[in-house]
Design a protein around this ligand. Sequence first.
Ligand code: SF4
Ligand code: SF4
Length: 64
Amino acid sequence: MDEKLAKECLCPMCPSYVKCDEPIAYCIPEVHTSKCIKWESGCACPVCPVFDKLKLDREYYCLR
Ligand code: SF4
Ligand code: SF4
């Protein structure tokens, strides 16, 4: 996993985030969806620096 991208990940500050023993930066292909996050309560991806860097266009990578 790209540790540098994971450090910039805003997931821990997101209202949907649930602390879990798993890698964050769910948008990175090798990181899968979360086994702990279950509900969409807002997503911080669009304001995350990684979002622009990887040219992302979706939200809720932790769920889908
Ligand atoms: S992918 Fe989006 S909704 Fe899921 S934890 Fe990260 S910022 Fe929150
Ligand atoms: S775009 Fe979303 S999942 Fe990806 S690093 Fe940023 S906050 Fe985390």
